[in-house]
Design a protein around this ligand. Sequence first.
Ligand code: TRP
Length: 326
Amino acid sequence: MARVFSGIQPTGDLHLGNLLGAITNWVRDLDHDEAIYCIVDSHAITIPKDPGELAERTLALASLLLACGLDPERCLLFVQSHVPQHAQLGWIMECTVSFGELSRMTQFKDKRERADFVSAGLFTYPALQAADILLYDTEKVPVGDDQKQHIELCRDAAERFNRRYGDTFVLPQHSIPTAGARVMDLQEPSNKMSKSAASPQGTVLVTDAPEAVLRKFKRAVTDSDGEVRYDPATKPGVTNLLSILGAATRTDPAALAERYSQYGPLKTDCAEAVIAVLEPIQARYAELRDDPAEVQRVLRVGAERAESQAATVLDRAQRAIGLLPR
Ligand code: TRP
């Protein structure tokens, strides 16, 4: 059993890339990992958000994660801001990482370009992320490549802290998420599927109705050579469809290629397989959306459990660094 921690921002709707690339594996890994999943609302406010929308999205994301099968009996699911130790250790980590290190974070450089307002929090964000991870004696952090630099910073910070103040933190490792599908945009298959894509037709949302899913797959961009082959470099569109179908049916995508000689049937099968995966999730989601009090209850229990673990580690860190115990 490895201790696994991952954070997910309550921004935008969950799409097929999140589901097949990450969440499906989270659910699968519940049996052999001790998993902690945190909805990182404090990270979300590094870029100003509409207040009503943020709370609503946090609740919706929690409902959707539960609907996807993140069983709160078998993992820890909670909201970051409900557990004050994140902010507390976050500050200590801000004082552990250097200005230079934070300045080298490529995600900051990217986001800074696009933001109208560059908050200090956007800059120190990786320090808070380090706190998220270290508070639970996390061993593995299964996140995408874009987060690797943050996990390395977290590890460096933990090492530095341990060197300065004595053994306090478990050193976490970035782990490649288990064989999740790399789902690309249906309209621009050389880009990862994302909530901020140029065309909404390229992104399949977990909450999309079956007709919308079918339409998006039918319009998926392929190529003109007419051959069904798994080849990410020269056939990104067709390869993406094969990966999605493979992930949805748990079949090897390259082997699937042999079953098709035309793009049309591949697209419809892909849509049908995705619809079949989404159906039970959407049904459960609708139930949970009708019962927000139940979701709030689950989150409250999650936060209580998280807090009792986080408090122990925070206390260790505070004592190590020399803050006077209360
Ligand atoms: N930074 C992550 C993202 O943008 C979210 C996140 C916050 C996270 N804290 C984390 C991921 C801790 C893993 C571990 O996707």
